[in-house]
Design a binder for this molecule. Structure first.
Ligand SMILES: Cc1ncc(COP(=O)(O)O)c(C=O)c1O
Length: 370
C-alpha cells in the first residue's frame, strides 16, 4: 500500500459542490468513526457534569472516569488525555530512551499518522515490519529486535495496534498478542498497545477488554471513535507508569482544567456504547459483501470483522479521489487511502439505510464509468 495525497483528506465534505436537490439528502459520512456526534445522553451528562481543576486532581468527573477505565482494563490507574496520539506518544516517551528503536507494523497509526512524534519528540527510530495482513507476530518481531551490541541502536519498545486501522480493522488475535508480550518480556522489552478501537475487537471476539489486553505494559484507547464521545483517550497501566504519564501530559501542554465536561460524555461512552458496536460491525459486513459484488471493486468481505473496510477501486477506471468527489456531490463521504484504495468506517451516526444509500450512490457512479 503506498500513501498519496488522497489520504484521509478531512476536507472532502467541505469541498462538496451542492445543488438544491442534493441539499435535501441526509449526509452519509463514512470517512471515520471520529466524526460521530455526542448522543443526547452524553450531552445531558456534559451539561450536568460536576467539575473542578483537573491539573490539581480536583475534577470529580475526570477522577471517576479514570477510575472506571482502570477498573475496566484491570489496571492500577488511568489518565484522561486530549487525544490518542498523545497517549501513544507519552507511552513511547516513558518506555524508551532517546536513540532507541520502536518496532511496529508498517501501516501502524503510530508510524504513519502521528506527525513523526516518535522521532520528533520521543527521539526514537521506527523499525517497521511488513506483514501480509496487518498482524504482527512474534516470529516477525523477533527478527527485528536488535542484538545487544553497544554500537547498534537498541530496541526500546514494541507497539501493537488492535484493531488495525489501515489494515481494514483487522483484529490482533489474543494468542498472538499474548505471545508477543510473553516473549518480549522474557527478552526484557516492554509492549505498548495502541488500542484506539480495542472495544471493537473485544465485541467482535466476545471477550472483555481486560482479558484482551492484560499482558500489555500499557494500553491507549479512545472514547472519541466508535464509542461516540466528542473528545478524548485514556492511557492505562501501573500506578507508577500513570504518575509519569501525568508529568509527560503536562510537558506536552495536555493538562486540562474543568475537563469533567468532556469526561462526562466519555463515561457515558464507556458504559453504553460497547453494547451497540455489533451494529457497526454488521453494517460493515453488509457493505463489504455488497461492495465485493460490484464490478471493478475488490474486497475480501470475509476479512471484514469490525467497523473498517478497505477496498480497491482500481478496476472501475476511476481513482479514489474521483470517486470521493462524485460521492460528495451526493452528500456521501468516503475517503481515499491512495489512488487505488478507499476506506469506509461504520459508526453510530450511519444506520442501515445510510449504508444502503452509500451503496446505491457508489453503484451509480461506477455504472456511469463502466
Ligand atoms: C489506530 C489509531 N491509533 C491512534 C489514533 C489517534 O487518535 P487521535 O486522533 O485521538 O489522536 C487513531 C486515530 O484515528 C487511530 O486510528
Amino acid at each position: 500500500m503506498s500513501a498519496t495525497k488522497e489520504q484521509m483528506t478531512p476536507s472532502t465534505a467541505a469541498s462538496a459542490a451542492r445543488d438544491s436537490s442534493t441539499e435535501l439528502l441526509p449526509p452519509v459520512d463514512l470517512r471515520s468513526d471520529t466524526v460521530t456526534k455526542p448522543t443526547p445522553e452524553m450531552r445531558r451528562a456534559m451539561a450536568e457534569a460536576e467539575v473542578g481543576d483537573d491539573v490539581y486532581g480536583e475534577d470529580p468527573t475526570v477522577n471517576r472516569f479514570e477510575q472506571r477505565a482502570a477498573e475496566m482494563f484491570g489496571r492500577e490507574a488511568a489518565i484522561f488525555l486530549p487525544s490518542g496520539s498523545m497517549g501513544n506518544l507519552i507511552a513511547m516517551r516513558i518506555h524508551t530512551r532517546p536513540g532507541q528503536e520502536i518496532i511496529c507494523e508498517e501501516w501502524g497509526h503510530i508510524l504513519n499518522f502521528e506527525m513523526a512524534s516518535m522521532s520528533a519528540i520521543a527521539c526514537c527510530m521506527p523499525r517497521p515490519i511488513r506483514t501480509p495482513d496487518g498482524i504482527l507476530t512474534w516470529p516477525l518481531v523477533k527478527e527485528a529486535i536488535r542484538p545487544k551490541i553497544y554500537y547498534r541502536a537498541q530496541t526500546g519498545l514494541i507497539c501493537c495496534e488492535n484493531t488495525h486501522n489501515m489494515q481494514g480493522g483487522v483484529i490482533l488475535p489474543q494468542h498472538v498478542g499474548d505471545e508477543i508480550c510473553d516473549e518480549a518480556h522474557a527478552a526484557g522489552l516492554p509492549v505498548h498497545l495502541d488500542g484506539a478501537r480495542i472495544f471493537n475487537a473485544a465485541v467482535a471476539l466476545g471477550k472483555s477488554v481486560r482479558e484482551l489486553t492484560h499482558k500489555f505494559d500499557s494500553v491507549m484507547f479512545c472514547v472519541s471513535k466508535g464509542l461516540g464521545a466528542p473528545v478524548g483517550s485514556l492511557l492505562t497501566g501501573s500506578r507508577s507508569f500513570i504518575e509519569q504519564a501525568r508529568i509527560h501530559r503536562k510537558i506536552l501542554g495536555g493538562g486540562m482544567r474543568q475537563a469533567g465536561v468532556i469526561a462526562a460524555a466519555g463515561l457515558v461512552a464507556l458504559e453504553k456504547s460497547p453494547a451497540r458496536l455489533h451494529i457497526d460491525h454488521d453494517n460493515a459486513k453488509f457493505l463489504a459483501e455488497a461492495l465485493a459484488r460490484m464490478p471493478g471493486i475488490r474486497v475480501d468481505s470475509r476479512k471484514v470483522n469490525t467497523n473498517i473496510i478497505i477496498f480497491d477501486v482500481s478496476g472501475t477506471g476511476m481513482t479514489s479521489a474521483e470517486i470521493s468527489q462524485k460521492l460528495s456531490v451526493r452528500r456521501v463521504y468516503i475517503n481515499g487511502v491512495n489512488a487505488a484504495l478507499m476506506r469506509i468506517v461504520t459508526h453510530q451516526d450511519v444506520d442501515g439505510a445510510g449504508c444502503q444509500r452509500a451503496l446505491e450512490e457508489l453503484a451509480r457512479i461506477i455504472g456511469r464509468a463502466a
